[in-house]
Design a protein around this ligand. Structure first.
Ligand code: AMP
Length: 587
């Protein structure tokens, strides 16, 4: 297996990496030491927003740029640590005035606008729980999440509110306050909403952060399983230790870095690394309002002298399609580290990084439940292209087998496939699935948290992604629960049953494909197919809706009545159908 090695000694680095020797770093790591690198609250608690903003604002970094926001035209607005501290204080005061308590949940549905970042930090200061929603979600995923999360406050733009939320208000009894970020503040406000900008303008600059305990809830991220409703993974303030450690060690972030995480804060990467981690380090983070566009992206890397860049395989594949020549037209002397997460990063993509940027992409692995990077290819260490890398210092990972007695045990022999597991107890481990403690407990077997991913570990301790152990779909880095999509398809009056699977796609990794059978009296045909697809798009939004629909006479079911998505997938991909002994009709 080819290794990508940088072969540098300590003196060769312009900026000495935070992790120089992997074994050494593991041996000398402790979470107590990581805690000592942070501040803590005066009264003894721990608060993410204090570590991210206020401790820098109180010191030498007060005037250092914390957030550089790029608008549609690419024009930059800078927010220093001092300003971000003041604005988030104001929002925390707004929440306090509105009677929003510690532990209550504040949701955000927004494009990447400054208000999103101010809301996130102000919410944490108030001791409330920040819950981001993806702005490309349609009304149905939004309703489900706002309702499960019992959202008390929603911050959104007037446009998104009118298009997606206004019609849901009646079905959301917990939602007491909706704060709108408005383009035209002089126009009349929609009923039962408040003006975010006006509230912020009138709030006081000073705020004493709620004395949160490390175990107090801070962040709620929704994720999807194979069955049932979306799951709300709840994280606590102590997670900031893992954000800090992983930013230092896996992303090699230093306070002098200009860091750009391209993920949207509607997903966990965009919050852990698109808000919290770079600020905790004291770096400058870039936020771009716009979506992927190769020229715009390379222009941002160049013009803003991005030094550390965290992106995703779908974006890398799209850049590869455009070709390395375009990249080479941009001089990027500041860029020193590139990382990727969210889906398998093909070995060719790792190496293409070298060809196009002169730097390889460093793959790393984690998921919503882990709250931060768990496995990574480190800057100073050889990369194995196609491998996710090795566990971070402080993280114990294993490939486990399921034993007949229901227990799990680590597989010691190398190169064996099994389920990827993590030893419980790291700070950013989710603490529950909101109101679904049983579902949460099922993720743990003894000391191991089971990730739902299949993997191998080679003899040098590098982990290799094999696939998912369940039926969830990864499309453009977004995890999609089949059940949520199937439920939307079932809303069409012609649909009798529905099943969705992920099918390979050269750009998105996978795209959603739906199979439906029809109720009697409905005629299969292209028009009906289109109609079902349009309904799904309207209900779910373009990021989640199926790209293809196929109408079938019947869908394969087990004798107990469960639709066999795996069989549909095997048939779709021309793979062996596996064990079909439980298939209905196979008596
Ligand atoms: P999410 O919770 O939405 O962040 O999705 C987490 C899932 O994305 C993981 O359980 C994996 O299935 C997949 N994933 C994340 N990072 C990687 C990676 N580096 N390689 C392969 N799959 C990944």
């Amino acid at each position: 297996m080819a290794l990508v090695t940088l072969n540098k000694s300590r003196d060769d680095w312009e900026l000495v990496p935070n992790l120089l020797d992997y074994d050494d770093a593991r041996e000398n790591f402790s979470w107590e030491h990581e805690l000592a690198l942070l501040d803590g609250l005066p009264a003894g608690g721990l608060n993410i927003a204090h570590e991210a903003v206020d401790r820098h604002a109180a010191g030498e970094r007060r005037n250092h740029t914390a957030l550089r926001w790029l608008d549609r035209q690419g024009d930059a607005t800078d927010f220093s640590y001092g300003e971000l501290s003041r604005l988030s204080n104001r929002f925390a005061n707004v929440l306090r005035q509105l009677g929003v308590q510690k532990g209550e949940r504040v949701f955000v549905l927004s494009e990447r606008e400054p208000a999103l970042y101010i809301t996130a930090l102000g919410t944490l200061k108030n001791g409330s729980v920040f819950c981001p929603l993806f702005s490309a979600f349609g009304p149905e995923p939004l309703r489900a999440r706002l309702s499960i999360g019992e959202a008390k406050v929603l911050v959104t733009s007037e446009r998104l509110y009118q298009r997606k939320v206004a019609a849901l208000r009646e079905s959301l009894p917990h939602l007491q306050q909706v704060l709108l970020v408005r383009d035209a503040p002089e126009s009349a406000l929609p009923p039962a909403t408040l003006d975010f900008g006006q509230l912020l303008d009138h709030a006081a600059d000073e705020f004493v952060i709620e004395n949160t305990d490390p175990e107090d809830p801070a962040l709620l991220h929704f994720t999807s399983g194979t069955t049932g409703k979306p799951k709300g993974a709840l994280h606590v303030h102590e997670a900031v230790l893992a954000h800090h450690a992983s930013a230092r060690l896996a992303l090699d972030l230093h306070p002098q870095d200009i860091f750009w995480c391209t993920a949207d804060p509607g997903w966990v990467t965009g919050t852990s690394y698109g808000i919290i981690a770079p600020l905790v380090i004291g770096a400058t983070m870039i936020v771009d309002r716009e979506e992927f566009d190769p020229e715009r992206w390379y222009g941002i890397l160049r013009d803003h002298r991005v030094s550390v860049w965290y992106t995703a395989p779908t974006a890398v594949r799209m850049m590869m399609k455009v070709g390395a020549e375009l990249v080479r037209q941009f001089e990027l002397p500041a860029l020193r580290f590139m990382a990727s997460v969210g889906e398998p990063l093909n070995p060719e993509a790792v190496l293409w990084g070298k060809e196009a940027f002169g730097l390889p992409f460093h793959d790393n692995w984690w998921q919503t439940e882990t709250g931060g990077i768990m496995i990574a290819n480190f800057l100073s260490q050889p990369i194995r292209p196609g491998s996710m890398g090795r566990p971070l210092p402080g993280i114990e990972a294993a490939v486990v087998r399921h034993c007949e007695d229901g227990s799990v045990e680590p597989i010691v022999e190398p190169d064996q496939e099994g389920e990827l597991a993590l030893k419980r107890g790291w700070p950013s481990m989710f603490r529950t699935y909101l109101y679904e403690e049983e579902r949460y407990q099922k993720c743990f077997h003894g000391e191991w948290y089971l990730t739902g991913d299949l993997a191998r570990r080679d003899r040098d301790g590098y982990f290799w992604f094999v696939g998912r152990a369940d039926d969830v779909i990864k499309s453009s880095g977004h995890l999609i629960g089949p059940f949520e999509v199937e439920s939307a398809l079932m809303e069409h009056p012609a649909v009798a049953e529905a099943a969705v699977i992920g099918v390979p796609d050269p750009m998105a990794g996978e795209v959603v494909k739906g199979f439906v059978s029809l109720k009697p009296g409905f005629e299969a045909g292209a028009a009906l197919q289109q109609e079902i697809m349009a309904l799904a798009r309207k209900r779910l939004g373009p990021a989640v809706a199926p790209r293809q629909i196929q109408i079938e006479e019947t869908l394969p079911r087990t004798r107990s009545g469960k639709i066999m998505r795996r069989l549909l997938k095997a048939r779709e991909l021309g793979l062996p159908e596996g064990d079909t002994s439980t298939l209905e009709g196979n008596e």
